[in-house]
Design a protein around this ligand. Structure first.
Ligand code: CP
Length: 318
């Protein structure tokens, strides 16, 4: 694997999950694998879990990660081809990316969508520029369409917490939010669950909030949360803005907040969310502080997920 931007970059999901679980038990088993290799983490947008877990994962493999908050500390970058740079941008990505490729053996990049233009966000301008111009493997720390390290983590967490000899019933349910939120986590979760092909998978959202079929083809998509949740083993809670009316909030729908009452017909359901979240808007206190919540375990698994991906890349580049 010489890049990690989508599930399509992974030839064997199962192997990546099993390797991650092994790193969870033995985090230092490959402590020299990354010796002499440098990894740069570039953040155009904020992060807590992704930033820290990727640094810990890199250190577990013997690498020395360096973080640059490009959005706050770096020069304002220009991405437009043939731009006449007489405005606010200071450096062109054509000049910056090759320099970063000289400093680092692996580059990890986080960049959020603006949610103004579907075409622009799906173009993955920032991630593709680094891919094309840096000359080194690129790892997505969340892009304008996907969050693959989060999704790998989510599959690891489901694998760890399901012990039946049948496919788990997984429901991803839309949740209310006060802001317009990107589709990345939801797109990516759907894409990974479908690619793994080992679940009875339903996506529930209010009418108008259907995700792009590009990511959800193969899932059952419904607008009735109550019936979707019946018998669920895992409930993945996430807000996203409308895709059809791109980036818009169409309605508050407070009744979609997950509570114990919502799970009356899913007595064994475990609840997941990528964090950060708005308590008592997206998810109720009773769920978050109760026996169903996998959220802390899920966030902890960000380390072994990132370690599995970085190890795979290190073995590829040698
Ligand atoms: N889940 C997640 O990506 O968290 P951060 O935004 O804190 O990195």
């Amino acid at each position: 694997m010489n890049k990690f931007l989508t599930v399509k970059d992974v030839s064997d999901i199962d192997r990546l999950i099993l390797q991650a679980l092994e790193y969870k038990t033995f985090p230092f088993k490959d402590r020299t694998l990354g010796h002499g290799k440098r990894i740069g983490l570039l953040f155009f947008n904020p992060s807590m879990r992704t930033r820290l877990s990727t640094q810990i994962a890199a250190k577990n493999l013997g690498m020395d990660p360096i973080v640059l908050n490009v959005g706050q500390e770096g020069w304002a970058l220009e991405f437009a081809d043939h731009a006449i740079m007489n405005g606010s941008t200071v450096e062109h990505i054509r000049d910056a990316a090759p320099v970063l490729g000289q400093y680092f053996d692996i580059l990890c990049v986080r960049t959020f969508p603006k949610l103004l233009s579907c075409e622009e966000d799906e173009g993955e301008k920032v991630m593709n520029a680094f891919l094309k111009l840096s000359g080194v493997p690129i790892v997505s720390l969340e892009s304008t369409t996907r969050h693959p390290l989060q999704s790998l983590t989510d599959l690891i967490t489901i694998r760890e917490n399901f012990h039946e000899k049948r496919k788990p019933k997984i429901v991803m349910t839309w949740a209310p939010h006060i802001k317009a939120i990107p589709h990345c986590v939801a797109n990516s979760f759907a894409e990974w669950v479908i690619a793994e092909g080992n679940a009875d998978f339903t996506i529930a959202q209010p009418k108008g909030y259907e995700l792009s079929e590009k990511y959800t083809r193969g899932a059952k998509v419904v607008t009735d949360q109550a019936s979707a949740l019946e018998g669920a083993d895992f409930v993945y809670v996430k807000n996203w803005s409308s895709y059809e009316q791109y980036g818009k909030i169409l309605g508050d729908h407070p009744e979609w907040m997950l509570t114990e009452k919502s799970l009356e017909k899913a007595p064994h359901a475990k609840v997941m969310h990528c964090l950060p979240l708005r308590r008592n808007v997206e998810l109720s206190d009773e769920i978050l502080d109760g026996h169903r919540s996998l959220l802390t375990k899920q966030a902890a698994n960000r380390v072994c997920a990132a370690q599995s991906v970085l190890a795979h890349i290190l073995r590829t580049i040698g």
